[in-house]
Each structure stands twice: as structure tokens, then as C-alpha cells.
Design a protein around this ligand. Structure first.
Ligand code: SF4
Length: 1009
């Protein structure tokens, strides 16, 4: 039954008439007698739409979204109950769901995301005028009785329905008990109780929720038809949207609805159809290609670049319109707002937008995440260092602020100590920090890291209680205390300060709300993961309005576009899943069951989406163009099927060739020949001049060559210092392993040994290969020292067991320094298992199988100084540094050289260490123990690969050639280093896969190798 009031449907043919009708209806009675009542409430889909509609109506009309409509109605009640916030409702629903779950064996866990879905489902039911009782009856009937228990799917849905009904009832009980109201209780109250000053007139410009994601529900139309005091209700809709099912539904909900047309408002129908700009079949031709009336670009950026090009081309041809009369229309604002921030200013095109960005995308939100992440990860190195480095916080020790250098030193030091987290380890370290030899590098690193370590310890002490489960309100309050105490004071003059301030305030407000709502309504025990989930969800639900210009082209979504009067409209991003927008899926029931609860069919939704799209195409007064793209981030995407609806808009078309050649962006001013520096500002022009005067890109210095050129042409003191350092270093003794690196890749040698770039540390549960190599070398050194000190000579079959026993002792002692899990792994590797022999066994057997006795073992034996090598150009003296893993001096006057390789053995044709150590050892051991020593055997003891023992040469006649080749390789490498040649030229391109200098070596040159 409709109360006595004027309820009308205003049918308009298109969006031009829609805007005219809105303008006329919202005008005050003195300018339009039709209006009867001044200052109406106008319902629009979004805040952004409200801002644009305000420019249209220019009266005191109050433009509101659906939520704001409830706010306005609530505000006029004489003694309104308190309204629950959405956070309070979720907390009450969570408590209700736990109660309901206590009597059921649920097949799912009650996670925060699920609670939000329960609330959403409840709201939708109630907004569709369904009560919980009716929901229960309909579902129970549809799912059948208990005798159909053999159907496990149906039984699961029955159980879920019982749970949801119980949760909804409990939620309603809790809301009533709280004395406050939610939207549904408020609706009942608004219908039952007259307002102090009732709203007398409402104009609805949105469709229902089926045709419009931000539209009104059955319950809203019911409210507007029954609320006391409302004298006039006008619903404005285009013919296309009405024809897509909205007309039928409206008459069903509002029987007796009066219908009028645009002429009944005293308005004429404007005939201003835009022209559709389409790509020509042939880019050189102007003949339209009606079968493909849209543009296809690579990605969103290219779409916006095309918009900028078109605008510049229009201006050059004298066809431009004021920027404010142009709009780019999208479905999803976020990706376009980010891309536009880079693209349009680069083309010198100002833009304005009223769409909000998510608060979660603000850098300050990421700072809060760092704090929670540090606790979740038990303060392990990476998250701890990331938190210390965050510019949003200020960490101090003894009133001294932690510097970036100190944090970097801490990063290194923790990595060196293989710190894997746990504040207790931080405490232990801090008690003895710094450790080591005051002369050593480790001491220096730790000393530099002292302030950062103590700051880390202090923040860990503050945050560590969050790792223990505690009531939700207490956990949130602790996080809030950290937030308040540690935030860095803002520099008011900084350009980002205002935005940062707003972000901080929004986050603080969120934490305060979570803490107080849980303290008041429900305070379950939360782990750090529960806290992080709840905080992240609360932040994700909030948006943040960026500061946008007030002039320039408009960037708007399709709902807002209905309220804007534009000459040119570019509709972008027509990809599948966006156009039409996918409805939010119901996670509880399949569509067939939801239909019985009043959920719309996909057909109804699609018809309404197509109607809106067709309206949009004809919304501009001069030109429309439509585009799609193929690449979304890294994924290939399909075009929208709605593109096939374009011909139904019946727009005349005009083909336009792409304007690719003009310089539109600053980078094009520089990249197209000849560079046009006039487009740059003063600073940029100075830099550009400098860059243009630089040496050619193919100059050898840009390809890893640093020698003569830098020495001769050093242009600055800094460059000179660099060249001196680079050239001096190789003349010092070179380590043989470094020279092997040079042969692997000359640039890698430059990065590691001359520039001394540090590799990014990596935390692993187990030792990395470098640490593992050190550990294994130390174990064998320890063993052979003990073996030798005990007066033992060679390992022979008779004393193998004794060697094994001593080795086990040495290994077990060394393993005590390792964490338990890792010690187990290393024990198996060294001592073996029933399935495979260990490394020790391989080493002992190798020796036991050789008949000649060992006189002495030289362990980790240094071979430093001047040596003479034989090259094709004759003998040559070189300065070398090296350390042989093991030199066994044998009774027959030869020595056996052994190199442990934790991985695969090197390719003998490329290796340097064994052949050079053989030569160097022969020269160093002259007259040692009063005799000559000749190299007899050289082997790799490789712990990976098919063979453990890999000799450098297998036959005596190979020896001379292998050694000669290695000496020549060494001489060539030293010459190349002295010439300053360090091209990024790996001997095997696969080496780059694991190399850490890929980011600095310009390895695009590798392709030329
Ligand atoms: S990434 Fe490849 S080319 Fe670059 S330094 Fe490493 S090994 Fe050489």
C-alpha cells in the first residue's frame, strides 16, 4: 500500500536528457514550479558522482549515496538509538558466529574474512526484504529433509544453513541487547516513527542493485514508499536501463507508480549524439572499419598515452576543446590513477579526479605492516632490518638516532653470525657485542652496528609481547603504543607531510576503533597473525582521497560519467571481468539456491550492464572512443564481450589514423632524433646538454675496459681516484682463486675484487655454500692436525678404523656449534649414513688405496709471493697468493696435492688452482726437509658428481701439457687485467643465473660473447 504522496518514474531517452531532467528536478520551486518542495535529497551512486552532479544542479540539493541517505534520515529522528559502526557489527557477528559454531561440527574455520562474508550475506538478505525465519524455511525446503542425508553435499549445506540461521539470530539478539541499531533496525524505526523534520522530497538517480552495484534495494524502495512525511519521490532512469528489467521490477515494488517523460518536465529532447572515433582498416587510410570499432592497445599505459597523443593532435589541428570538457572513463579507477600519475603529467596534461585510493596503498600503511611482519617472523634479520630502515619511524639508542650505515652494518653482522631470529639471541649478542679482533673486519662491522643492534633490541622488547596470544583489545593497544612512540616527527614544510599526516591519523583511528570495539563487545585471544589479519582487513576497507588538481581532464569511473557533461569521452580498459563488472560471488550457496531468496539472474545483470554501456557510449556531445588492451601486469587478458554491443549504440563513425610521430612526452623530446631540448625545464636541459656531450655508448670504457682510457682521460678527481685504485690493485699479488673468477667472467672479477661490491646477504635455515665450505675445510684441517700430532702417518687399510673413530670425535665436537637440525644434516654429510658413505670415508679411502707412505701433511698451506711461470713468450715472474687445502709429502719425494670441492669438480681445462699450486709448491718446497719435492699427483676430492676423486691429469704424459696450459691461461689473465679489460663475458652464460652482479654488469653484452 503506497502512502499518499507523489511517486513518479521519470523516463528519459539518454544520458543528455538524464542530466537535463536532474537539473530541472533539483532546481528550487522559484526556478522550476515542478519542484514544489525545495532542497531535495538526490540519491547518486558514489561520492565521486555526487561531486559531478553538484556541478550540474548548482542548487542546495543534498546529493547523497545510499549510505548517506540513511545518515540523513537517521539524523532527523527525534531520539535515535546509537548506530553501530561496521567494525562493531563485524565484531558482534564474529561473537555470534562463534556461539553458533559451538553446537555444530563446521567444515570451515571462522576466519575474519568469513565473518565479513556472513555480515554481507545477512545484509543482502535483509535488504531484499527477507527475514531470517523466511531464509530458514526457503533453504530447508530447497535442500530437502534429513532422509536425504545420503547426499553429502546437501547435508553440508543443511549444516551450513543451521549455522547461519543460528549466527544471524544470535547477531540480532546481540544488536538488540546493545541498545544500538544497525541499518535494518533503523529502517524499521524510520517507518514506524515520524521524524522531527521529515525529508519531504527525494530524487533517486540510481537503479536497483541488480542494474547498479551502488543502487537501491527492495527494502530501500519500500522504505521510501512508507516513510512518514515524504511528499514526493522521483525516480529518474534512461529508457535503456528501464528496458533491461528495471521498469518491470519497479512496478512490482511500487504498484501504481506514475510515469512521466522528459517533456512533462517542460524540457525538450536535445539531439546531440557523439561521433564514434574508430581505427581505420589501413592506418594510412580514413576509411572506417566497422567490424572493429574500438582500439586495442598493449596495456593501460599505452591507452593513456594514446589519449595524450589525441589531445595534442587535436590542439595542433585547432580542434581541441577545453581540458575540463574531456573525460577518460574506466571501470576500475585504481590502476588508471596510478598510471595517469606518471603518464599525463609527462605529456604536460593536467588532470583531476575525485576517486579515492585505498588507504592500504599508502606508504605509511606499509610501515605498520613492517612492525607486524617483524613480530610474525620472530624478528629475523630481513624484517628487522626493513623495520629499522623505515623512514616513517625513528629508532634511537642513548639518544643517538640509528643511521642507515649502522643498520647496514647490523645487516651484515647478523648475516655473518647466521642470526635467524629470536629476541633472546639478540639479547645474548648485545651482551658481548662487538666480538672479535679489534683489527679485524668483523670487529669493525660489529662496532659500526652497535647503535642499530641496541635499537633493534629495544624495538624487539616493545613488540615481543605481541607474539604471545592475548585479548584482542590488549594486542591492538600494544601495537598502537608502538605506533605512537616510534613514529618520526613530520617536517611540516615537506611536500608529502600533509598526506602522511592524514594517513597516520587514519591508521591511528583504525587501531583505536579495533581496540575499543573489542574491549566493549568481544575480546577473544589473538595471536600476532590474528592481529595482523584484523588490522590489515580494517585498513583495506578504507579509502584515501589523493590530492588531485582542480583543473584538467577528468579521470572518472563509468558511474560518475553519467553525471558529467563532456564533449569528448574516451572509454578505456574494456577487458573481460571488468566490463561488465563481475558481481561479488556469494560464497555460501550456488546461484540456483540463491534465486529462491530473490537473488537476480546473470541474464538480468548482463542486460542492465549492456544498457549502461550503451548509454555511456552516447553520453558525450562531440566524440567517443573505446579501447581495450591485451596485457594486464604480466597476464594476457581478453577483450570485453561488451565491445560487440557497440553497433547497437547506432553512432556514426569516423576513422582516425594514429598520431605516432609527434613529440608528446618529454622522453620523446629526447629519444627522437634530433633531440629537442627546448621542451625541458632549466635543470633538465643542463643535464641533457651534459649527456649529449658524453662519449659514445660503444666506447670501450662502457664495456668493462677501465685502464688506459681512465688513466689518460680522467676528467675528475673522483674518476682519477677510481682508475688509480683499479689499476693498482692487480699489480699486488693476485689470489689464484680470484684469477679463476676472472676466467669465469672478467666483470665478476672486477665487481668482486676491485670494486669490492658486497653480495646481498641471504638467510637460510642451513649454511650457504660458502659457510659450508669453510666448515668442511675446518673439520678436515682439525682432523689431520690431530692425526699428525698423534704421530700417525699415512692412512692405510690397517688404521682406517682408528681414522674413522678420530674423525667422528672431531666432527661431533665441531657440530656442537651448529643448531640441532643443521648439525644432523652435516653429520650425515661428513660421517655418512647406512645408505651412503660420508665425505670422511671418501677422503680416507682415497689415501688408503695409495701405497706410498705420507711423510708429512701441510694443511691449509699458504703459497704467497713471487713465482716463475713458463709461458709461450718465455719464463715470467708473477706475484700470487694462494692456499692449498692439503699437501701430502710422500716418502718417494713427490707430493700429492689435494683440493676439497664441496660441489662439482672444476673443468680441468679451465682450472687454475691445482696446476698452479703444483708449480708454486715445487718452487716453495725446494730443500724442505733437506730434499727436493716434485709434484706427483693432484686431485680434486669432489663431494658432488659421479666420482669423488677427480685427478687433474690421468696419465703422466698429460701432466706437462696441463701445467703449461694453466700457466699460459694465468699469464693471459694477468695481462688482460693489467690492460684493464673486464668485459661482462662469462665462459658459460648459465653462470649469470646464479651471479649476484647481474644488476650492475650490463649483461646485455653477454649476447655478443
Ligand atoms: S651476471 Fe654474468 S656477465 Fe654479469 S658479472 Fe655475473 S657472470 Fe658476468
Amino acid at each position: 500500500m503506497i502512502t499518499p504522496r507523489r511517486t513518479r518514474l521519470v523516463r528519459v531517452p539518454h544520458l543528455h536528457a538524464f542530466r537535463d531532467a536532474l537539473r530541472a528536478l533539483a532546481a528550487n520551486p522559484e526556478t522550476n514550479p515542478e519542484s514544489r518542495v525545495p532542497n531535495p535529497l538526490v540519491v547518486v551512486p558514489t561520492r565521486a558522482a555526487a561531486r559531478h552532479a553538484q556541478r550540474l544542479v548548482r542548487t542546495e540539493a543534498d546529493l547523497v549515496t545510499r549510505d548517506e541517505l540513511y545518515d540523513r534520515l537517521y539524523a532527523r529522528l527525534a531520539s535515535p538509538p546509537r548506530r553501530l559502526t561496521s567494525l562493531e557489527r563485524e565484531v558482534l557477528a564474529g561473537r555470534a558466529a562463534r556461539e553458533a559454531a559451538s553446537g555444530e561440527q563446521l567444515a570451515f574455520r571462522l576466519r575474519p574474512g568469513l565473518i565479513a562474508e556472513i555480515v554481507r550475506f545477512y545484509d543482502q538478505l535483509r535488504r531484499q526484504s527477507q527475514q531470517v525465519q523466511r531464509f530458514e524455511e526457503l533453504l530447508t525446503e530447497a535442500l530437502g529433509g534429513a532422509d536425504e542425508a545420503f547426499d553429502r553435499g546437501a547435508e553440508r549445506l543443511r549444516q551450513q544453513t543451521r549455522f547461519l540461521v543460528a549466527a544471524f539470530r544470535e547477531y540480532e539478539r546481540l544488536v538488540t541487547a546493545s541498545g544500538a541499531c544497525d541499518e535494518h533496525l533503523l529502517r524499521t524505526r524510520l517507518i514506524a516513527e515520524a521524524a522531527r523534520e521529515p525529508i519531504r522530497r527525494v530524487i533517486v538517480t540510481v537503479a536497483d542493485w541488480i542494474a547498479d552495484a551502488d543502487g537501491l534495494y527492495v527494502a530501500d524502495f519500500d522504505l521510501l514508499s512508507r516513510i512518514p512525511g515524504l511528499e514526493s519521490l522521483d525516480i529518474v532512469a534512461t529508457a535503456a536501463v528501464l528496458g533491461a528489467g528495471f521498469h518491470e521490477r519497479l512496478h512490482q515494488w511500487l504498484p501504481g507508480l506514475e510515469e512521466i517523460g522528459i517533456r512533462d518536465l517542460g524540457l525538450g529532447i536535445r539531439g546531440c549524439q557523439p561521433v564514434l572515433m574508430i581505427p581505420p582498416t589501413n592506418p594510412q587510410s580514413l576509411i572506417p572499419n566497422p567490424s572493429d570499432p574500438w582500439w586495442t592497445y598493449r596495456d593501460r599505459e599505452e591507452e593513456l598515452v594514446a589519449v595524450a597523443r589525441q589531445m595534442k593532435a587535436d590542439r595542433r589541428r585547432g580542434e581541441g576543446v577545453p581540458l575540463e570538457r574531456t573525460a577518460v572513463v574506466f571501470k576500475q579507477p585504481l590502476p588508471y590513477l596510478y598510471v595517469a600519475g606518471e603518464t599525463l603529467p609527462a605529456a604536460g596534461i593536467p588532470y583531476q579526479t575525485v576517486d579515492a585510493l585505498p588507504l592500504a596503498a599508502e606508504p605509511v600503511a606499509a610501515a605498520l605492516d613492517l612492525a607486524m611482519e617483524a613480530v610474525s617472523a620472530d624478528f629475523s634479520r630481513e624484517p628487522l632490518v626493513a623495520l629499522l630502515r623505515s623512514p616513517h619511524f625513528r629508532f634511537t639508542h642513548d639518544q643517538t638516532e640509528v643511521t642507515r650505515e649502522s643498520v647496514s652494518a647490523l645487516d651484515r653482522a647478523l648475516s655473518e653470525r647466521r642470526y635467524l631470529g629470536d629476541p633472546r639471541r639478540l639479547e645474548e649478542m648485545a651482551a658481548r657485542w662487538p666480538e672479535g679482533n679489534p683489527e679485524g673486519q668483523r670487529y669493525k662491522t660489529e662496532s659500526d652496528a652497535t647503535i642499530a643492534l641496541h635499537a633493534a633490541l629495544s624495538l624487539a622488547r616493545d613488540l615481543a609481547p605481541l607474539a604471545e596470544p592475548a585479548p584482542a583489545s590488549r594486542q591492538t593497544a600494544r601495537l598502537l603504543t608502538f605506533w605512537d612512540d616510534r613514529l618520526r616527527q613530520l617536517d611540516e614544510g615537506h611536500p608529502f607531510s600533509a598526506r602522511e599526516q592524514r594517513g597516520r591519523a587514519a591508521i591511528r583511528q583504525t587501531l583505536v576503533a579495533i581496540a575499543s570495539v573489542h574491549a566493549a563487545h568481544d575480546d577473544p585471544e589473538w595471536s600476532i597473525d590474528d592481529l595482523a589479519l584484523a588490522v590489515r582487513r580494517a585498513i583495506e576497507d578504507q579509502t584515501f582521497e589523493p590530492e588531485s588538481g582542480a583543473t584538467g581532464i577528468h579521470l572518472i569511473d563509468d558511474r560518475t560519467a553519467r553525471y558529467g557533461d563532456f564533449d569528448d569521452l574516451t572509454v578505456v580498459g574494456l577487458i573481460e571481468n571488468d566490463w561488465p563488472e563481475r558481481p561479488c560471488r556469494n560464497i555460501f550457496y550456488p546461484p540456483a539456491l540463491l534465486k529462491s531468496l530473490g537473488w537476480p539472474s546473470e541474464k538480468d545483470r548482463r542486460a542492465a550492464a549492456d544498457a549502461h554501456f550503451l548509454d555511456l557510449l552516447a553520453s558525450a556531445s562531440r566524440r567517443t572512443s573505446v579501447s581495450t588492451f591485451t596485457l594486464d601486469e604480466d597476464a594476457i587478458v581478453s577483450r570485453s564481450m561488451q565491445l560487440d554491443e557497440i553497433p547497437r549504440a547506432r553512432l556514426s563513425t569516423i576513422a582516425r589514423p594514429r598520431d605516432q610521430q609527434a613529440r608528446v612526452f618529454v622522453d620523446e623530446a629526447l629519444s627522437l632524433d634530433p633531440p629537442a631540448l627546448a621542451a625541458l625545464d632549466d635543470d633538465a636541459r643542463r643535464w641533457a646538454d651534459l649527456r649529449l656531450s658524453r662519449s659514445p655508448a660503444d666506447a670501450p670504457r662502457f664495456h668493462g675496459r677501465i685502464a688506459n682510457e681512465t688513466a689518460e682521460n680522467a676528467e675528475s678527481a673522483e674518476q682519477d681516484r677510481f682508475s688509480q685504485r683499479a689499476l693498482r690493485s692487480p699489480r699486488l699479488a693476485l689470489s689464484v682463486s680470484a684469477l679463476e673468477t676472472y676466467l669465469d667472467c672478467p666483470f665478476k672479477f672486477l665487481a668482486q675484487h676491485i670494486l669490492r661490491l658486497e653480495e646481498e646477504p641471504d638467510d637460510e635455515e642451513v649454511m650457504d655454500p660458502r659457510h659450508q665450505g669453510q666448515f668442511v675445510h675446518e673439520v678436515f684441517e682439525e682432523f689431520f692436525t690431530a692425526w699428525q700430532d698423534a704421530g700417525r702417518g699415512a692412512i692405510i687399510p690397517e688404521n682406517l678404523d682408528a681414522a674413522r673413530a678420530l674423525f667422528t670425535e672431531v666432527v661431533d665436537e665441531a657440530l656442537e656449534a651448529l643448531p640441532e637440525a643443521e648439525a644432523g644434516l652435516e653429520r650425515t654429510r661428513l660421517l655418512g649414513s647406512p645408505a651412503a658413505a660420508g665425505l670422511g670415508e671418501a677422503v680416507f679411502r682415497m689415501e688408503a688405496e695409495r701405497p706410498v707412505a705420507v711423510v708429512e701433511r701441510l694443511l691449509e698451506h699458504r703459497l704467497d709471493g713471487q713465482f716463475t711461470i713458463a709461458t709461450a713468450a718465455g719464463p715470467r715472474t708473477v706475484m700470487l697468493r694462494g692456499k692449498a687445502d692439503r699437501l701430502d709429502l710422500l716418502e718417494d719425494g713427490t707430493f700429492r696435492l689435494i683440493d676439497y670441492k664441496l660441489g662439482w669438480p672444476p673443468n680441468p681445462a679451465k682450472a687454475l688452482q691445482l696446476p698452479l699450486y703444483s708449480i708454486c709448491a715445487e718452487q716453495r718446497l725446494v730443500a724442505y726437509r733437506g730434499r727436493q719435492w716434485a709434484s706427483g699427483e693432484a686431485v680434486y676430492l669432489a663431494f658432488k658428481g659421479p666420482r669423488r676423486v677427480v685427478p687433474l691429469f690421468t696419465r703422466p704424459e698429460q701432466r706437462a701439457r696441463v701445467l703449461a696450459d694453466a700457466q699460459q691461461r694465468l699469464a693471459d689473465a694477468i695481462d688482460a687485467i693489467e690492460r684493464g679489460e673486464f668485459p661482462p663475458a662469462p665462459d658459460d652464460v648459465w653462470r649469470c643465473e646464479t651471479c649476484t652482479f647481474g644488476a650492475v654488469c650490463r649483461k646485455d653484452y653477454v649476447g655478443e660473447v
